[in-house]
Design a protein around this ligand. Structure first.
Ligand SMILES: Cc1cc2nc3c(=O)[nH]c(=O)nc-3n(C[C@H](O)[C@H](O)[C@H](O)COP(=O)(O)OP(=O)(O)OC[C@H]3O[C@@H](n4cnc5c(N)ncnc54)[C@H](O)[C@@H]3O)c2cc1C
Length: 442
């Protein structure tokens, strides 16, 4: 009988699969291999702006939540890099994205189960194992975990019109545009828009003549970072959320938007101080604007000049804006990895073509099989608002590895939470533990 090379192969090495690789590496009973098309580990390199900060604590690293003794923890990185004591003097849990990226690259370099320059072009399923084509090599694996990340979103009116002077923000640091003396428009009022505005405002790309920041949001909306909102980013909540029906899940996720899709308080207040200083202390002639409620509805490029059409979300007024450079901070979307094209029709997908996942992140097959195809960062429709976020990366990695090995390789069952969520479905009666044990709620 033909032997299968690996228990688990990972496609893509972003933070989420890197966490799985780091937790799998010390477990000799598991054979794993993770494949990445880039030549080395990089984390959204086009957005690694000098002063951009993380939205999550450094303690939520690749491993610590399930194995604080792992050599791949952020704390060990600090010790090995001989910066532990200087780091502690910072007194801040939020570190720069540059430092977290350096930490992850440090982990990736040490792991024996990662391979770079190894893009996966095709995956087939042959009854009890996967066959993976990667840069001229063929690998076989019992299970597969897909962690291929997201794709940049370009507004409809800009599709097919991207140029050197109109591009998505995810290319910012590769392009390093010279913005001296130019009219620049930033589209999109989330964290990326804020980071880009802040760096351009500070002159990191040369001082523009005019800097306009346009957002269809009602204001610059702050990330909801309260300790109670943080309870959504804990295993206990995710475990209960998973069992809600799809309509309830969608309602919850939309209510929770600003717990993951807003601008950090730290960034907003730094920005506000800078704007106040420029306008009211230095009294500079007006060279920047922040324009909420404005949606980009039209874009034309001619002779390097971008003509934008904006529509106001309340008044419906239409106005024109001209720019030498347009930077689209319009977010990212999830798509089913193209390398899964040949097995997509064997999976249960929802009406939007997204994979439906089991509690352990394994996709539901149309025909039952022992091989599991895990998907990380697949969207919020299975496990909720946490899914695209780093907070539970290590916990999810442990869940997947436990499922692959069919035993508790890592203890991920400690899921206490300060709230009593009571998200149990009304169709399945639950015993109320803290009252009369005979009481049944339905
Ligand atoms: C600018 C930015 C900042 C963020 N900051 C935070 C934060 O502070 N806190 C937080 O919780 N979340 C943050 N996020 C959200 C989330 O944590 C990140 O997007 C994270 O990178 C997601 O990890 P991932 O592993 O799913 O995907 P990615 O990081 O996108 O990695 C996917 C990898 O797969 C590779 N790949 C794709 N296709 C193939 C293929 N066919 N073969 C081989 N390799 C392939 C890609 O090259 C890539 O390296 C941020 C997101 C962005 C965009």
């Amino acid at each position: 009988m033909k032997t299968i090379d690996f228990d688990l192969v990972g496609v893509g090495i972003g933070p989420f699969n890197l966490s799985i690789a780091a937790l799998a590496a010390p477990k000799s009973e598991l054979s794993t291999q993770f494949l990445e098309r880039k030549p080395e580990f990089t984390w959204h390199p086009g957005l690694l702006l000098n002063h951009a900060k993380m939205q999550t604590s450094f303690l939520k690293d690749l491993v610590t939540a399930v194995d604080p003794t792992s050599p791949y923890s952020f704390l060990n990185y600090l010790v090995q890099k001989q910066k532990f004591y200087p780091f502690t003097a910072r007194g801040d849990f939020m570190i720069s994205r540059l430092e977290f990226s350096d930490y992850m690259a440090w982990v990736a370099k040490q792991l024996p189960n990662t391979q770079f320059d190894a893009g996966v072009s095709d995956v087939r399923f042959e009854g009890d194992h996967f066959v993976i084509q990667s840069n001229g090599q063929t690998l076989t694996s019992k299970h597969l975990v897909v962690g291929t990340g997201t794709q940049p979103v370009v507004p409809d009116c800009a599709k097919g019109k991207l140029t050197d002077n109109c591009f998505h923000a995810h290319e910012m640091m590769q392009r390093k545009p010279d913005l001296r003396g130019k009219r620049v428009v930033i589209i999109g009022g989330g964290q990326t828009g804020a980071d880009i505005f802040q760096h351009i405002f500070a002159g990191d790309f040369g001082k523009p003549r005019q800097l306009d920041w346009v957002s269809r949001r009602a204001n610059l909306e702050g990330l909801d970072e309260s300790c109670f909102s943080d309870q959504f980013f804990m295993p206990d909540y995710v475990n209960q959320f998973y069992h809600l029906d799809k309509a309830q899940q969608a309602r919850e996720v939309s209510r929770q938007k600003l717990t993951s899709d807003g601008i950090t308080d730290d960034c907003l207040s730094t920005l506000y101080q800078a704007l106040y200083h420029d306008k009211y202390v230095l009294q500079n002639p007006k060279w920047w604007s922040i324009q909420p409620h404005q949606e980009l509805v039209g874009l034309e490029t001619a002779d390097e000049l971008n003509q934008l059409t904006l529509k106001h979300g309340i008044t419906n007024n239409i106005k024109a804006l001209q720019a030498d450079v347009v930077i689209l901070c319009t977010g990212f979307k999830r798509v089913l990895a193209p390398c899964l094209e040949n097995i997509a029709d064997q999976l249960q997908l929802d009406e939007l073509g997204r994979p439906l996942l089991n509690e352990d992140y394994a996709a539901f097959w149309k025909q039952p099989t022992d091989s599991k195809l895990f998907v990380v960062n697949s969207g919020t429709h299975n496990h909720g608002i946490i899914e695209p976020q780093l907070s539970l990366a290590a916990w999810r990695a442990a869940t997947i590895l436990n499922s692959v090995s069919d035993k508790l390789l890592y203890n991920n069952t400690n899921s206490s939470n300060i709230m009593d969520w009571d998200l149990h479905s009304s169709s399945s009666p639950q015993i109320v533990q803290n009252s009369n044990p005979r009481d049944i709620v339905s």
